[in-house]
Design a protein around this ligand. Structure first.
Ligand code: 6R9
Length: 647
């Protein structure tokens, strides 16, 4: 049985070498809140190389909202991740890459990575990419994905990485929204032995993207692909023609660095915009403290560069700190459930950062695949993406880390740029399932439904009361949506969309989203996105999508679908709807359950009561709550009768 009140103090071995102990954390945290300008100026000096200093550390107002950090300063992110390391770390391994098949590896030193980035940066320029232009990166997990990101930052182009699991239509929407002029992709990706037709997907997406002038194609599998003369160019041909010296652009601290699309509770995914100075500082500094990073660590974050975790903790944070970062192309259970642990042994990994869904999936495979490996190089473990249940935390701590490695449960979001609530290895006693305490400069608070701040032990909606350098600056092309989404619910505060509880030690326990955002295997999805895909089908009158608790995925997707009158449901139609969702969004959005619904529970004003639909999906029929306000309470009984138990 899991002891839910257990507290794990800092292990002796960690305490001996840790950058910070508990008293250091408290002193620094207090300083970061009482004198943010002084604190952040010091950190900015320490972690980042600037071409020109700032005129002002911060200038923000959540009412407008307006957020600026280090205005007036100039820097270049690729310089910070590469050039400044060359003198002391030129031959140090920057990237260890492991392919989908075990043992297929490549390493790039800082010098080699620098050259690769300069060449591609020049190649992009030859293709007409200029400062401020948007470049879409739709790549598998190969080093060239990181090279592409860094090449953009080198010339001041704004990248928009789109996860390789997204469908052509999802890719098209993102390219159109950011008005990208160039796409970097690959012939195919490979994950878990399966091929992903990235170039074919790109070709399909680009049918409706006239603004794209160039497609750069990296050959991963050498598969035969269609070729559009004049538009398409082979990655190797492009870089072969390009010079290997490329002076970095001097960028303003508030110049855009990248756009990354993420799901919200309404409408299409939003283009989260991050800027240059604040973001890179947040990424570098959190990577250093949260993982207690030391020069000889071998660091592995198992995310994909298509998500924010890959941006901040595979590429930007580790490389800014001159670390060796591992990039893995495959999946945790291919060829078997020992893969990650074998990789830990083979590469001597010391810091391992993954998602609860991966931990739960591997936990299911039992202890044997773990125990047959050594894992004695491991020092620090981390998790991110969703709440981790104490059972999974315990297994991770005891079985994977042999009770020796502290587990950093890091809470943050695409919008926050970097880690916000987290333990620090040498400073924080751990409680399984709690993200514990705020990082430097972060001021979390809990709000009740009426917008009143709750004190002490409490549960409510999680907001952040003051800006931090890595905060998103706007929704690309739609500042009003930025204001509405994050700053209207609790005026003067940033609203996270998450609920949380604070215990008597001031520890935060994130309980999950309080809006209509799903978290499926750590992937964010809006219920509205899935619903809009379903209603595209000509037979569908209405659809309502909710999440339900899923043992491995965290949440599964339960869809209630009403058909147009006269249409009759059948299994073939179900398959058509599933295919439609996969086509519109991608396989990650595949509904686990589709239940035909003659009617949906609605208020008299016509609002769908999702609360009731969630209860039915979760089979919590005793706590349906008040259904008397429904326009037609009888629909609930019918939905319950026809409920489908998820597999
Ligand atoms: C980094 C990332 C953000 C949402 C966030 C929350 C959930 C992330 C968590 C966590 C509990 C943690 N989340 N980390 N919930 N404990 N340690 O995942 O960004 O994809 O934007 O998702 O993920 O619900 O609001 P993103």
């Amino acid at each position: 049985m899991v002891d839910r009140n257990a507290v794990y103090p800092v292990p002796e071995t960690i305490a001996k070498t840790a950058h910070l102990n508990q008293a250091d954390y408290q002193t620094l945290y207090r300083r970061s809140i009482e004198d943010p300008e002084g604190f952040w100026a010091e950190q900015a000096d320490r972690f980042i190389d600037w071409y020109r200093p700032w005129d002002r550390v911060m200038d923000w107002d959540f009412h407008e909202p307006r957020i600026r950090w280090f205005e007036g300063a100039e820097l270049n992110v690729s310089h910070n991740c590469l050039d400044r390391h060359l003198e002391t770390r030129g031959d140090k391994t920057a990237i260890i890459w492991e392919g989908d098949e075990p043992g297929e590896t490549r390493t790039l030193s800082y010098r080699e990575l620098h050259t690769a980035v300069c060449r591609l940066a020049n190649g992009l320029r030859m293709r007409g990419v200029r400062r401020g232009d948007r470049v879409c990166i739709y790549m598998p997990m190969v080093p060239e994905a990181a090279v592409a990101m860094l090449a953009c930052t080198r010339i001041g182009a704004i990248h928009s990485v789109v996860f390789g699991g997204f469908s052509p239509n999802a890719l098209r929407d993102r390219i159109q929204d950011a008005d990208c002029k160039l796409v970097i992709t690959a012939d195919e990706g490979i994950r878990g032995g399966k091929r992903i037709p990235l170039k074919a997907n790109t070709d399909a997406a680009l049918k409706d993207c006239p603004g794209v002038e160039t497609v750069v194609v990296y050959r991963r599998t050498e598969a035969e692909v269609e070729w559009v003369t004049d538009r398409d160019i082979d990655y190797h041909e492009l870089v072969a023609q390009a010079d290997d010296e490329c002076p970095p652009e001097s960028m303003g601290a508030e110049d855009p660095l990248f756009i990354l699309y993420t799901s919200g509770s309404t409408g299409k995914p939003k283009g989260v915009l991050h800027t240059t100075g604040g973001y890179i500082l947040q990424a570098a500094m959190t990577h250093h403290y949260v993982f207690d990073y030391h020069e000889d660590d071998i660091y592995w974050c198992t995310a994909d560069v298509g998500w924010v975790t890959g941006h901040s903790y595979i590429v930007y944070g580790p490389l800014a700190n001159g670390a060796t970062t591992v990039m893995f192309e495959g999946v945790p259970n291919y060829p078997d459930a020992s893969r990650h642990w074998e990789m830990v042994d083979r590469h001597g990994i010391t810091i391992y950062y993954t998602a609860p869904t991966a931990i739960r999936a591997l936990m299911r495979a039992g202890d044997e695949p773990v125990k047959k490996t050594r894992r004695d190089s491991l020092r620090i473990l981390g998790t991110v993406g969703e709440p981790i249940n104490p059972e999974a935390w315990n297994w991770y701590h005891q079985v994977v880390g042999e009770s020796r490695c502290p587990v950093m449960d890091t809470w943050w979001q695409t919008e926050t740029g970097g880690i916000m609530i987290t333990p620090l290895p040498g400073a924080t006693d751990l409680k399984p399932g709690s993200a514990t305490l705020p990082f430097f400069g972060v001021q979390p608070a809990l709000m009740d439904a009426d917008g009143r701040e709750l004190e002490g032990e409490a549960a409510g909606n999680l907001v952040i009361k003051a800006s931090w350098p890595g905060q998103m600056r706007t929704v690309y092309g739609d500042h009003e949506r930025f204001a509405q989404t994050y700053f209207s619910a609790y005026p003067g505060c940033y609203f996270t969309g998450d609920g949380a509880r604070r215990d008597s030690d001031g520890y935060y326990w994130i309980t999950g989203r309080v809006d209509d955002v799903l978290n499926v295997s750590g992937h964010r999805l809006g219920t509205a996105e899935v619903e809009s895909a379903l209603v595209l089908h000509s037979t569908v009158a209405e659809a309502a999508v909710v999440g339900f608790p899923h043992d491995v995925k965290g949440q599964g997707i339960y869809a209630y679908v009403s058909l147009m009158s006269g249409k009759t449901p059948d299994p073939a139609l179900k398959q058509e709807l599933i295919d439609l969702v996969r086509k519109e969004i991608g396989p990650i959005a595949t509904p686990d359950v589709i239940q035909w619904a003659a009617g949906l529970p609605k208020t008299r004003s016509g609002k769908i009561m999702r609360r009731i639909l969630r209860k039915i999906a979760a089979n919590e029929l005793d706590s349906l709550g008040d259904t008397s306000t429904l326009a037609d309470p009888a629909v609930v009984d019918e939905l319950i009768d026809q409920r489908i138990e998820p597999k």
